[in-house]
Design a protein around this ligand. Structure first.
Ligand code: NAP
Length: 673
């Protein structure tokens, strides 16, 4: 492969470094793959460009438009994924490793596109939580809202997932309407740059939405201000250095840190040899050691097993490791690729030598190149260590070997296992292999607070489990303490990291108009029945108040026999009287809902296409035979689904002849445009 010369994309143009280039080598052949550098980049101008061009362009787009942009980016990447796989192989990645990075990355974009469309409004302002009543008369209320930060997000990424690492941060950032400057790790920046080019060439991004720095970050952090965010992924040492940058402290720049982590796995006391959980455990430990050659922040570094099963577990893991074929991922039969760089090989060897002062190596020789692997590449055998006295040891709980390395350790009882997990001082993830919910509960109560994610594997979920090491778009990724204290992903939660939450106070009229969600006390409008209005014609606050309908005993009995719901509270006066809530026979809640629909529905064909559900239903006061109910229905919120129809959320209030609330709910309809 001819050597690539990477450029920086800043200020809307590709910029070649003016000197000081460094070279990234192929992990397979040891030959140069790319030259890169950022000398001459005007970081102050890049930050200004993001703030003055990218931010305003993104903030003009609605959440749905930004979601469509993410979808377009994902589609463009998938269409050209083979270009990325070809480059990814030079990082030492197998096809499966590449799949996690490339298709996992574009899948994350798609997941955020879908969530943005489904869970966010087609506007620029996001409501957070319900209306907060603040006054007796109801004329003064509160509402929390999120708006886009008006700065730039600086994403500093680790080398191990050059595509996913960029995209899992970009997805929530762009969805939030914030521009980003991406700084990938030098060792694998050539893969990130290729993906970045694909995104630019898709034409889906507005000017200034993204910029790329392929070399060092220079004085980038010096130019950050209060509306900016740094999202960092990498080692604890670099995180500490950046987090203590004076500008970060002075300007209260948000700093999200995803650092290294001594993740643990625990074999439950019930999971003895011969159980499915025992076999699943052994398989997972080996998988975590070998996928991406163990260069995963989430990989299992500490393997805890009941003391009685130490030998059996060691034997089973070693037998499996013996089958791992290390080598060029392009060669058939190879199951583990290379470490990313010579520096990484050295680092891992050093870490193993430190671990070996407290533990002994029971599989693999870190100093010897694996048999059959290309001589010039950065290959290493998986290495399993065993430490029989974990309470006397410290290095095994503190030193990360960022490679195919794990240490096997015994625990005495479950409380001991929980305490040993804690010695990682906060981790991204832990896993537990047990079939016993009592075991799982004890571990969760004791250890969950030290972890961002806990995977519990049993025979029921194993087949579909996504595994110990996989962060997922819908689940939070990040952990306390040593792991950095940051949080990423987790669905829309991570979009909030790039937005400001503000508590608004004012009148219902004002806050309804700002938030585009009608609330009690805001104006209503009667007139044409709102069911006769198209999605476009319908205004928030459009209302219908129905006539009254009296509920008779005969109605209740008819409904009971028709539906089969002859619960005593509807059918048996004596028993209903004894009930603490009713004091006699009452109408079914579902009868009330059915009568309510009968009262407010406008039956002729029209713009209302379907009723697709109810939210927040509460039966507040029972309706008794002889009571009369009526309904007030108000258009509360609208959300377009596509060009043909959109969702309407209606505020429904059912009251009785005394004006008392019988039921409240939100009715959901699909209305034609
Ligand atoms: P690293 O050496 O800490 O580098 C991380 C990033 O920081 C790279 O982009 C690096 O750029 C950049 N960087 C280094 N010094 C900087 C400075 N002074 N100013 C601005 N940027 C700077 O980590 P790595 O070797 O790439 O990745 C491996 C580590 O990351 C492991 O410890 C692993 O556990 C951790 N990790 C954590 C997660 C997580 O989600 N928690 C995920 C993956 C990896 P250069 O490459 O150009 O130096």
């Amino acid at each position: 492969m001819t050597m690539l010369t990477l450029k920086n994309y800043v200020g809307g143009e590709w910029f070649a470094a003016t000197g000081g280039l460094e070279t990234a080598l192929s992990a397979i052949t040891g030959e140069p793959v790319a030259q890169l550098g950022s000398q001459g980049v005007d970081f102050a101008a890049a930050v200004k460009y993001a703030r003055t061009v990218g931010g305003p362009a993104l903030r003009k787009m609605t959440f749905h438009e930004r979601a469509a942009m993410l979808k377009a980016l994902a589609t463009a990447i998938i269409a050209r994924k083979e270009e990325l796989y070809a480059l990814s192989a030079h990082t030492g990645a197998t096809r499966i490793d590449g799949w996690i990075d490339i298709e996992g990355g574009s899948g994350t974009l798609s997941a955020y596109a879908a969530r943005g469309k489904k869970e966010l409004p087609d506007g620029v302002l996001l409501l957070d939580g319900p209306v907060e009543p603040l006054s007796k008369g109801g004329t003064f209320v509160g509402q929390h809202v999120f708006t886009s930060l008006q700065g730039v997000a600086v994403h500093i990424n680790a080398f191990n997932f050059p595509v996913w690492g960029m995209l899992e941060k970009l997805a929530p950032t762009l969805l939030a309407g914030v521009p980003a400057i991406v700084k990938p790790a030098s060792a694998t920046a050539y893969v990130t740059e290729a993906c970045f080019r694909i995104m630019l060439e898709s034409g889906a991004l507005p000017p200034g939405a993204v910029q790329l720095v392929t070399g060092s970050a220079g004085d980038l952090l010096d130019h950050l201000r209060t509306q900016d965010v740094v999202s960092f992924t990498g080692s604890a040492a670099t995180a500490q250095k950046l987090q203590s940058h004076p500008v970060i402290a002075r300007e209260s720049v948000r700093f999200v840190a995803e650092r290294d982590s001594l993740n643990a796995t625990v074999l439950g006391p019930d999971a003895a040899p011969g159980t499915p959980e025992f076999d699943l455990f052994v398989k997972e430990v080996v998988r975590e050691m070998t996928v991406k050659a163990g260069q995963k922040c989430t990989a299992i570094r500490r393997t805890f097993v009941p003391a009685a099963h130490m030998d059996a577990v060691q034997e089973a893991i070693v037998a499996r490791l013996a089958k791992v074929k290390v080598g060029d991922p392009g060669v058939e039969g190879v199951t583990m690729g290379a470490l990313v760089s010579e520096r990484q090989v050295k680092d891992v060897r050093k870490a193993i030598s430190e671990l070996a002062q407290e533990a002994r190596i029971v599989f693999g020789d870190p100093e010897k190149a694996p048999e059959g692997a290309p001589a010039k590449g950065f290959f290493m055998s998986p290495v399993l260590l065993r430490c029989d006295e974990p309470w006397k040891a410290t290095v095994v709980h503190e030193r990360e070997a960022f490679g195919p390395v794990s240490t096997l350790m015994p625990y005495q009882d479950l409380a001991d296992a929980v305490k040993l997990c804690e010695r990682g001082q906060g981790s991204l993830v832990m896993s537990l292999f047990t079939c016993d919910p009592a075991v799982a509960t004890e571990v969760i109560v004791g250890a969950a607070a030290w972890h961002g994610r806990v995977l519990i594997v049993d025979r029921d979920c194993a087949k579909e489990s996504t595994g110990h090491g996989s962060p997922l778009p819908g689940l939070v990724h990040g952990g306390p303490g040593r792991a950095g204290g940051g949080e990423e992903l987790g669905g829309i939660r991570s979009v909030h990291h790039y937005m400001q939450r503000t508590a608004l106070q004012g009148s219902p009229r004002m806050l309804s108009a700002i938030g585009q969600r009608w609330m009690p006390g805001a104006p209503v409008k009667d007139g044409v029945h709102p069911f006769r209005k198209t999605f476009g014609e319908l205004a928030l606050g459009d209302e219908v108040i129905t006539a009254e309908r009296t509920i008779s005993l005969e109605d209740i009995e008819k409904f009971a026999h028709f539906t089969g719901d002859t619960f005593y509270a509807h059918m048996d006066e004596e028993a209903a009287k004894a009930n603490p809530f009713f004091g006699g026979r009452v109408a079914h809640g579902y009868l009330i809902l059915s009568f309510a629909a009968g009262l407010f529905v406008d039956p002729a064909p029209g713009p209302v296409l379907a009723n697709f559900g109810l939210d927040e239903l509460r039966f507040v006061k029972p309706a008794k035979p002889g009571d009369s109910i009526k309904v007030r229905l108000v258009a509360k919120q609208k959300k377009a689904r596509n060009k043909e129809y959109g969702e309407v959320r209606w505020d429904a209030l059912v009251t009785n002849q005394n004006g008392e609330t019988v039921a409240t709910y939100e009715l959901l309809t699909m209305n034609a445009m």
